[in-house]
Ligand binder design. Sequence first.
Ligand SMILES: Cc1ncc(COP(=O)(O)O)c(C=O)c1O
Length: 392
Amino acid sequence: MTHLFFEHVGSQPVDPVLEIGRMWAKDPNSEKINLGIGIYLDEKGRCPVLKAVKEAEENLIVNEVSKTYLPIEGEPHFLEETKKLLFLENAPLIAAAQTLGGTGALRVIADYLRLEWNHPIYVSDPTWANHHGVFKAAGLEVRTYPYYDRTTHTAKKGEFFDFLQRLEKGSIVLLHGCCHNPTGIDFTHSEWDFILDCCLKKGLLPLFDIAYLGLGDGIDEDRYAVNTFFKSGIEMCVAFSYSKTMDLYRERVGALMIVNHSHTLEAMQSTIRQIIRRNYSNPPAHGALVVQTILTDPKRKKLWLDELEEHRLRSCAMRKLIFAELGGWIQHKKEFQEAKGFFSYLGISKDAVLELRKESIYLLDDSRLNVLGVNSANIGRLKQVFSRLRHG
Ligand SMILES: Cc1ncc(COP(=O)(O)O)c(C=O)c1O
């Protein structure tokens, strides 16, 4: 007789971003539009492979001589180059590891903090939905800080700054280094300086999530916060992703960095190594070698930076186009126009989002849109549908 060991197994709620992607893929309408997805899309609606990546892959095919395991913490040159990219130097006082994308970096950091620190972590309200899931799964207590008013669609920066000053010593504060997901609202330089000052005075531990480097105001501006914090000497954690910055989504390339100025750096690195070893043993090589092959060759690096800048300019152009064509529907005009990166809320009701879905136009339920889902071929249809729904 077969024992039904799993007959009581329940299912989990679907991930909203992945669910939108599934609905969109199943929709037979040839004029469907996906504004819910979190990836770069070009004018033809494709997510391309960068030329710099193709060149690096061709180079690897010829020159890679072994498929032996990487060290547990990943490829050393990849880590050096990633440090230089973020901190402009191969900073020594950092525990570091190559990770499975930005999510993997967040998870290993969270596992580490749960073991060694175990203070609550504060994330912005709202934030990338998976932050809650990843930190909770690691056993951290997740709390939120005020960031954005979903009714007026304005930032709550003043409230956040007051909140920060009342946080208990040792709290972990998750900060989006640039291109806040989902609001697109970032801090100015002086606001970052103020946040740094609060963290130093109050003894808070910043954890930067940087998943959109170069896609907000350009690479120098986008690393301002992480680099300024680093130069101040504050101890902090960084979860970095190459998924969007190099369009390497499926290759799962990221890195974690923990700045540690005390004598425990080696001990910290050994614990990180152990977390990884017990989890997935060691990271995959291909994506990290692609990144390394690009960043260590000035010509390839320039090609990548040019392509990244093209991506950034396209997202700025699409944001302008959306505002020009659909601006009448957007209440929070200033916030929408000034937002950085791929995302913003459109600021329409869930009912309106569901109406749009019936027309094969897909946004997240909370009306977050990716401006790159728009192109010159579909903006006309978008405008038509919006007009029809408003007047219909
Ligand atoms: C804010 C933020 N952090 C982290 C990630 C994770 O990136 P990865 O795909 O590299 O795991 C994403 C991906 O959408 C993101 O938006």
